[in-house]
Write a protein that binds this ligand. Structure first.
Ligand SMILES: NC(=O)c1ccc[n+]([C@@H]2O[C@H](COP(=O)([O-])OP(=O)(O)OC[C@H]3O[C@@H](n4cnc5c(N)ncnc54)[C@H](OP(=O)(O)O)[C@@H]3O)[C@@H](O)[C@H]2O)c1
Length: 301
């Protein structure tokens, strides 16, 4: 852990600009990629809100980050993306107490759990990975709009490649397929990031929408995968998986529609660079339909 932190610190301080005074929300930042993203941004001087569903786990993460000689601040806030009421409560609290939002990072995710649903009856991965973040982003939009040079960063995955959105199977109407449903949710995340950007641009809005993915990174995301299968896979260290997110969140040259990932073969590992977006994420008809599904089911617009 110490060695990793040393390498991580060196990369962050060498490659990223100061984020002094910026207000950042990171969902699911008590572990994995979100944890290192929070640590990196706090080191760069940001005031980071670690948003997660489990108070104890968030507090532990915050204590660990505070031990690392940060120049910004970290604080906790409860957000359960499997409950749209929880998303509304979180956003209300934030909007009523904070004056600005520089960076929103839609990071939290769940992968291939046993069949389960959100409070509103959506398949869990679609609900948490996409729908909760869709509502969250839209509820925080005014604050982002009021903040100069603000941006939204959304985590997708290599898994978006070749996936599709089955609009007739968002509530487990068909026999559950954990892998297919995960791939669908990460494609939905990338479609969302790109459509959000197009909508900002169409309205001459200054907010950037940038996407990223961490290749194959060892985290708790793999908690539902057979350990025998995991042993055969090559994962990057967790800190390294956070670098595409950190670059997407801070790069002054980033543009709406950019998608960062590791630069190695197949984008499985490496240091961050612009990645390839599969054509499945570029279908604007599907994007419009997904947006309508989002609006209809979150009762936001
Ligand atoms: N690791 C990879 O190789 C990989 C590859 C492609 C994409 N990604 C994406 O990277 C992102 C971060 O994942 P990770 O790899 O860092 O996994 P992780 O260590 O499991 O982190 C996921 C985070 O999401 C939180 N979360 C899960 N369900 C939630 C809910 N209902 N409400 C709020 N927070 C919730 C988890 O909280 P708890 O601790 O309470 O469970 C955890 O903090 C995800 O979007 C994932 O899809 C990861």
């Amino acid at each position: 852990m110490r060695k990793m932190i040393k390498e991580f610190n060196e990369w962050v301080s060498t490659n990223l600009d100061s984020q002094k005074g910026k207000t950042v929300i990171i969902t699911g930042a008590n572990s994995g990629i979100g944890f290192y993203t929070a640590l990196g941004l706090a080191k760069l001087g940001a005031n980071v809100i670690v948003a997660g569903r489990n108070k104890e786990r968030i507090d532990e993460a915050i204590q660990a980050i505070k031990k690392e000689n940060i120049s910004g601040t970290v604080s906790a806030s409860i957000l359960d993306l499997a409950s749209l009421n929880s998303v509304r409560e979180f956003a209300n609290e934030f909007n009523n107490t904070q004056t600005k939002l520089d960076i929103l990072i839609n990071n939290a995710g769940v992968m291939m759990p046993p069949e389960s649903k959100t409070e509103e009856g959506f398949e869990l991965q679609f609900g948490v990975n996409f729908l909760g973040h869709f509502l969250l982003t839209n509820l925080l939009n005014n604050k982002l709009d009021l903040t100069q040079n603000s941006r939204v960063v959304t985590l997708s995955s290599i898994a978006h490649r070749g996936a599709s959105i089955d609009f007739g199977n968002l509530r487990v109407e068909k026999p559950y397929d954990a892998k297919r449903e995960y791939y669908q949710s990460k494609l939905a995340d990338l479609i969302f990031a790109l459509e959000l950007g197009r909508r900002y641009e169409a309205n001459n809005n200054h907010i950037l929408s940038v996407a990223c993915h961490p290749g194959f990174t060892k985290t708790e995301l793999q908690r539902h995968i057979d350990p025998k299968i995991l042993k055969k896979m090559n994962f990057m260290d967790t800190w390294k998986g956070s670098l595409p997110t950190l670059l997407a969140a801070t790069n002054k040259k980033a543009k709406t529609g950019d998608y960062y990932g590791p630069d190695g073969e197949g984008e499985y590992s490496g240091f961050p660079a612009l990645g390839l977006i599969d054509k499945s994420a570029l279908d604007q008809e599907v994007a419009k339909k997904l947006w309508e599904v989002g609006i209809m089911n979150t009762k936001w617009d």
